[in-house]
Design a protein around this ligand. Structure first.
Ligand code: RAM
Length: 373
């Protein structure tokens, strides 16, 4: 039987405080109620300590639930895993965190195989590729493991549902509007993405392109290149420098990856470049780059709570493993302190559950958020 989660974590308060739309001006964003207390207690559940060999907790509900993030060494992935571990611990389950060395499908396939041998109850995976994991995940499903994707989806045949951070089109619209706003509605812009196979970045880029091509409003914007930094800081730095060298008229870089945006922000700010930046970034990594003046490279950016996406992934995994839900559209369940969620149809023909809207971070709120995640 599921143990009811009594502790009301402050991430819920934060989520409620930031239910702002994304395309608007800074004043549209409700000031978050972030306090010292609201900061996630990293010391309580550090993802790095929740390795395969050292499960986060033992016994409790008797279940063992695994999360496979995209790769090791990415603070966003660590926050996501931290949230997953927190929620699994709260219900008394055992959490396993797997962080492959590289953000590739191959690295994830070996991890999946080892989790099949261990006989875990569920796997939540941030897919490094939409299709390449299918055989391994089908093998897991055949072994009775409940599979969902989280953060970056795998194809509908490979999963029961996808735990999405925010609507894909909604994120694309936020980013496209930011590019429009920051360029002044015309000129060259480029994208600095993660890996070329990353399902989440590719779907956001696709959404941006569709929005741009579908509205005359964006016709004076020229997307000159989609560069790939592979969610590696050095490669993202190199790719930013190449964009600056190759496109002297570039006005804006949009980096829909926390690793890419942090690397690009440093390059632009260190060089005193007039090129501006937006995208998806962690407030803790981006605070020093966010500002409205020439001294700062990023006027504003977006993200969601990476800890909460991990928590939602945990509750979804447990609900699937318990048989409370099958992952079909219309399934409803309670995700602990995050509240009630309903599975819906996803744009790729499968199903998904959406954490909430993306948040905007700008000079008005970045100081409060940089200590939170
Ligand atoms: C990077 C990863 C992750 C993505 C964030 C925005 O950390 O690519 O998958 O969701 O950026």
């Amino acid at each position: 039987m599921k143990k009811k989660v009594m502790s009301v974590l402050l991430s819920t308060v934060m989520t409620a405080a930031l239910l702002a739309g994304c395309g608007g001006a800074a004043e549209e964003t409700a000031a978050p109620e972030a306090t010292e207390e609201a900061a996630p207690a990293e010391e309580e559940a550090p993802a790095a300590e929740a390795e395969e060999e050292a499960p986060a907790s033992e016994g409790g509900n008797g279940g063992t639930y695994a999360i496979i993030v995209k790769s090791a060494g990415n603070p966003y992935n660590e926050k996501e895993a931290e949230g997953f571990v927190q929620a699994i611990e709260e219900i008394g389950g055992t959490a396993i965190v797997q962080q492959p060395e590289t953000a590739t499908a191959d690295a994830q396939i070996s991890v999946i195989q080892s989790l099949i041998s261990q006989g875990v109850d569920s796997i939540a995976i941030a897919g490094n590729d939409m299709n390449a994991l299918q055989a391994a995940l089908e093998e897991a499903a055949a072994a009775g493991i409940k599979v969902c994707s989280i953060d970056s989806s795998v194809n509908p045949e490979s999963r029961l549902t996808h735990v999405n951070q925010a609507g894909t089109i909604e994120i694309g619209q936020c980013l496209m509007d930011a590019v429009y706003d920051i360029t002044g509605g015309e000129g060259q812009w480029a994208i600095l993405s993660a890996t070329s196979q990353a399902t989440n970045q590719n779907s956001w880029i696709e959404a941006m392109k569709t929005i741009m091509d579908g509205d005359e409003k964006y016709s004076k914007l020229e997307l000159v290149e989609v560069a790939y930094g592979d969610d590696e800081p050095q490669k993202s730095t190199d790719q930013t420098q190449a964009l600056l060298a190759n496109y002297p008229d570039l006005k804006v870089i949009c980096a829909p990856t926390t690793v890419g945006i942090a690397a690009a922000a440093k390059v632009l700010q260190d060089q005193g470049s007039s090129v501006k930046l937006t995208g998806l970034g962690l407030p803790s990594e981006m605070a020093e780059y966010i500002g409205d003046d020439d001294a700062h490279s990023c006027p504003y950016m977006f993200l969601w709570n990476p800890i909460d996406i991990g928590r939602l992934g945990a509750y979804t995994s447990v609900a699937l493993a318990n048989g409370d839900i099958t992952g079909a559209a219309g399934d409803t369940y309670t995700a602990g302190d995050l509240g009630d969620y309903t599975i819906v149809e996803a744009g790729d023909g499968g199903t998904e559950v959406i954490l909430g809207p993306p948040y905007r971070f700008d000079p008005s709120n970045i100081e409060e958020w940089k200590t939170v995640y």
